[in-house]
Design a protein around this ligand. Structure first.
Ligand code: ATP
Ligand code: MG
Length: 401
């Protein structure tokens, strides 16, 4: 569903299987999501960087993943016959940056993150950008001096992720991706509920109202891990729904720091290999997931925080001087405060209204000849279809706040 809506509304253009151009409307959505992620990550002390998309094979040989990663890795040879690859994820590179720049234990802990393109040669790219081959990911990496510090960072990131998804307008379901034994590999996936989701979630109803702290321990698993014999949820509380995985966080200790010889000296001059974690959000997948979670039969219904524009002005009669003057006046008055898409295309009323519903901008200001002659302009709330009639002045006032 989201794929069809994204194509119809001109958000993306397919270039090859699983590879898409992102067009003006969708880039604005990505920018909004990016802003929210950065604000929430900065709050918890994470630092934004850009790693590289093209990486030398040697880096991945150090961790042993160059051979293990298999066919999902796109391998590249340069003119001097050096082996490179297009990054599917960046644990190795983050570890490399760490070992070059962090020299002493006082430099710990460190959290680095980026929002950058990845390439995975998925066997079955599908549902458009939901499972693409080239996709945009927020990926973060943490380095801590002890397990306790790593666990504390993991909790901070967990809460930050919940805050990010909520600010976007979604209800995140955190799912234990591993048994989570202390000292073992903590891992959570974050899912968004959607009928078209690829995974089936089994979770305790109280998740939907739990506090951040409770969320971490409230029971939820996805398909493969579900075993009715060990599920600690009373049948009356068990909820089963389809979900889309939009984020994934891991703690994995010294898995990369040891083999890559990334260490700092502790206060006694001994080698200290940092305890690491990595934290992903599928930014481009999120765009599709938001649409899956929020649309109707006429099109997309953007949650306000990530809408490509706040409001669209529909001038229904572009050959009528009064309508044009009113539309221009509103546009000029409100565009300093609101992001406005001004539809002055010379199309039929039906086409313009259908496009506005399809594109899904939260508010429509509809200027028609007959209403305007009576001093009326309509505003329509996309989510409910509710229409309010107002004067031009009242509309300017309403959208100038
Ligand atoms: P999946 O099980 O969906 O393949 P993954 O376990 O391979 O996901 P991670 O390596 O944890 O995913 O990547 C972090 C996030 O990046 C995922 O939670 C998902 O939202 C997103 N992601 C992963 N693969 C793709 C893809 N092919 N297209 C779009 N987004 C993706
Ligand atoms: Mg995968």
């Amino acid at each position: 569903m989201s794929h069809r809506l994204m194509l119809q509304s001109g958000m993306i253009s397919q270039t090859a299987s699983g590879i898409y151009c992102w067009l003006p409307l969708s880039v604005r959505v990505i920018d909004k999501i990016t802003r929210i992620i950065c604000e929430e990550q900065d709050k918890i002390g994470a630092n934004r960087v850009f790693f590289t998309t093209i990486q030398p094979a040697e880096l991945w040989m150090e961790s042993g993943r160059y051979d293990d990663y298999g066919k999902e890795m796109l391998r590249i040879v340069d003119r001097k016959d050096n082996n490179f690859l297009y990054s599917p994820t960046n644990e190795e590179q983050a570890t490399d940056v760490f070992r070059r720049y962090v020299k002493g234990y006082k430099g710990l802990p460190v959290i680095l993150y980026q929002i950058h393109w990845k390439f995975r040669d998925e066997i079955r790219p599908r549902f458009g950008v939901m499972r693409g081959r080239e996709f945009l990911m927020k990926d973060g990496y943490s380095f801590a001096s002890s397990f306790e510090e790593a666990e504390e960072i993991y909790r901070r990131i967990f809460k930050s992720y919940i805050a990010i998804f909520r600010r976007i307008g979604l209800t995140p379901i955190p799912v234990q991706a591993d048994s989570g034994a202390i000292g073992g590999n903590m891992s959570h996936e974050f899912h968004v509920l959607a009928e078209t989701g690829e995974s089936t979630l089994y979770y305790d109803k109280k998740l939907l109202t739990a506090s951040d702290e409770e969320l971490m321990t409230t029971f939820a698993v996805s398909d493969e891990k579900y075993d009715p014999k060990v599920t600690p949820i009373p049948e009356s509380e068990l909820q089963v729904s389809k979900g889309i995985e939009v984020g994934h966080i891991f703690y994995f200790g010294k898995k990369y720091s040891e083999p890559m010889n990334a260490f700092v000296l502790d206060k006694d001059g001994n080698k200290l290999y940092p305890e690491m974690g990595s934290y992903g959000i599928g930014v481009s997948r999120l765009v599709a997931a938001i649409i899956e979670a929020s649309h109707d039969d006429r099109g997309i219904i953007w949650p306000e925080p990530v809408a490509p524009f706040d409001v669209t002005i529909l001038n229904l009669h572009t050959k009528n001087a009064e309508c044009c003057a009113a539309a221009d006046k509103i546009y000029e008055a409100i565009s300093a405060r609101k992001e406005v898409l001004y539809d002055d295309r010379d199309l039929s009323i039906g086409e313009k209204m259908a496009d506005a519903d399809l594109i899904g901008i939260p508010w429509q200001i509809i200027i028609g000849q007959k209403n305007l002659a009576n001093g009326i302009i309509e505003i329509k709330k996309r989510a409910t279809g509710e229409i309010t009639k107002m004067s031009l002045e009242a509309i300017i006032e309403r959208f100038s706040k």
